[in-house]
Design a protein. Sequence first.
Lengths: 476, 375
Amino acid sequence: MNWWHIAFEIINYILLGYALMLISGNIFIGLYSIGEIKKYLRKNSYTNYRLLARSTQLPGISILAPAYNEGANIIENVRSLLSIHYNNLEVVIINDGSKDDSIEKLMEVYDLYKTDLFVNEQLDTKPIKGVYKSRNLIYSKLIVVDKENGGKADALNVGVNIAKHDYVVCIDVDCILEQDALLKLVKPFMESPDKRVIATGGVVRIANGCEISNGRLLKIHLPDQFLPRVQTLEYIRAFLLGRMAWSRLDGLLLISGAFGAFDKEIVIKCGGYNHNTVGEDMELIVRMRRHMEEASLPYKVAFIPDPLCWTEAPASFKILGRQRNRWTRGTIETLKFHKIMFFNPKYGLMGMLSYPYWFFFEFLAPLVEFFGFFILIGMTLLGYFTWTYVITLFVFMYSFGVLFSVFAILMEVITYNQYKSRKDILNLIATAFIEPVIFHPFVVWCVVQGNIDFLRKKNSWGEMTRAGFTKKKEAT
Amino acid sequence: MEVFDITNLIGPGLSFFGYLIITFWLVTTTLCTFILNYLYIVNKRETRYERWKFIADTFIRKAIFFEEVEPQEKDGSPEIIKNDLPPTPKRLQKLLPNPYFRKLITIELLSAMDSMSGTAAANLKRAFYQVKLNTRVSKMLDSPHWHIKAAGIQQAGIMGMDEFKDKISRFINHERRLIRVEAQNTILKLSGFDGLRFLDDVTYPISEWQRLRILEELSRLPPENFTGIDKWLKSKNDTVVIFALKLAKVYFRFELYEEVRACLSHQNSEVRRQAILACTELQTQDTARQLINRFRSEEEKNQLLIIKALSQIGTEEDIPFLSSLLFSENIKVVIASAYSLADLGENGMAALESHTKAAVFPLDRIITEIKSEVK
């Protein structure tokens, strides 16, 4: 046996060991999430949210919704946010230097006037051009901020500076919220007398294909298009299994930028959203947790499995590629900024488990998969392995991928059962079989590109064009 | 080098991966079958539910609109008042042994009860007993499973089942949070303000969410001059003190002002925060001065609350104090003080505009904002 043999043998065992660890991790996540979902459903079947939504004792919430070139749908989106059931609410729309007519449309429809509001700039941001309020009392909850373009993180920081309430809910302006979403989101903050809840995340679901009218979700359907459908499956897997398991472990590192609630005081103490990353949502949570760990303060990041927020998923490979490229760069940047926590017992579970898991299985997994694929093919061509062996390995990985997705579908069906029709569920199961061969390789490729772009120091957000719910509905 | 051989996949020498692949597919097939069967059963049950719901709703509707026959005098003696609801329909009786139907009719009755009062609510309660759902509640209360016990407690509360009051009282300090929370709410439903006596003994923290639920529960009851707040204000459980302060504030218990004021020097900052709010609501002539005396020793959050309180209870005597705060380095304190000064009337506004820092940032901007809001 020569050195090459030994090297290939080692690589082979590393790849095998890695694959088995990844699979074991996923099996653990899948099974561990069950208890948390069950507990949540049992606990929350006793709450009458409808009655509590009227309470004057509820803590105030400021919704922060950054908007960039959202002119096509901004009026409906804002109307949808204003219609949410919650007694003590303000809605802050931050126009992040849009090049379209968003601000003019808002001014006209909501009868806005420019105020002399003094903004206490606790977080550094790009200059504000104006703060607007409505003359119409019906829209008294609404505040519109017009500012110079500075990116999503900057826009959210402006929102934090302006927000008058103790809790801020950061969402994408085009998201559709369930009527009781805010009440469910604020509950964990009020329910934990021994630990301070610093953030709460909720499940985001794909709205493509659903029936939507006047910013309200009327009927849920599985998307007809392949990409949104496969993302529906991906979101079920990630939110219902992944985040619930991490929430149970109290090691959640990510709350979706599309929908999350934060304790404003801690956000400000941590310096707000970071402008130097495109993964500002994950970075903020990691920084908040790090802040609490370093200050030795008891805290918690909560997560709710109820589907509370509906968003439009990219329907083209081009847009999806940009999104995944950005997510990859955001993950790498966050891990890089907080590398001090890597296997650092000072940061408890976060340092010893959450961070290493993200490093090895969220950041490295697609890279190992990509390079592992070519190494295995190369080694087989050189005669070190038989094709049978390689194919068996691929079948093994494929089989587990399908099983994990089917398990996620099962959890969805026995818990929320949003896609009630047999046809939709069959479609979803079929998608689980197709995903590993079409969607997954594409995502892996986007991750590799994201890594390359990171090394090239590319830091653009990447344009995210959306079809819009209204347009889509008209088309159907 | 030993290579993997497909011939080993099936047969006596089945490889490690071979076993796993087969296992994965077997599990996948089982899960898919289960999902489809489950969906079939659920969809079938939902179709049945439509029919069941109609039967249950008809029964509930009849109970709600049932009117007792007015007593009529016959031969000088009054006729006996008819107390029973119409008999349970046979088809409903047949369905009652079915646990899914019992669950459905329970949910329907409870949700109807939640939005009813008076005779309609009394009739719904009688309907609940008529179909013997009270025995189910009794069994639920004895269940070893926390979620079933909690559901039973909740149902007993909504239905006003007084016979379970003693049993439920034993759960108000239960180690399981959900059980004690539901027991506390139910005791309030069954005993009204007297139910608040659970605060005498509760040792576990009462979360902010639970405080909100209790206040909502109490808001449905006619106001009553209940006792006990003075005792709870001295509780060793800080969350009980916080709640007692809220009660004193919400129910305007002016006679408890001194006890409330004593909480301003409590060691827990959240208690002091609630005490500031309660003192503001129950104000006396000295409140402003007492809050100002506490100001320097308070943390920022409570300082801001005191400044805000002065906008409601302050007088012209407090203008020098608020003006002095305009020199603060903390912009939040400056903003709050400026607003409080403006709220103290013309003299307050004049003090604000003539302040030595009135033309300096940020006060100049804050004054502009206040003036534009006044317009």
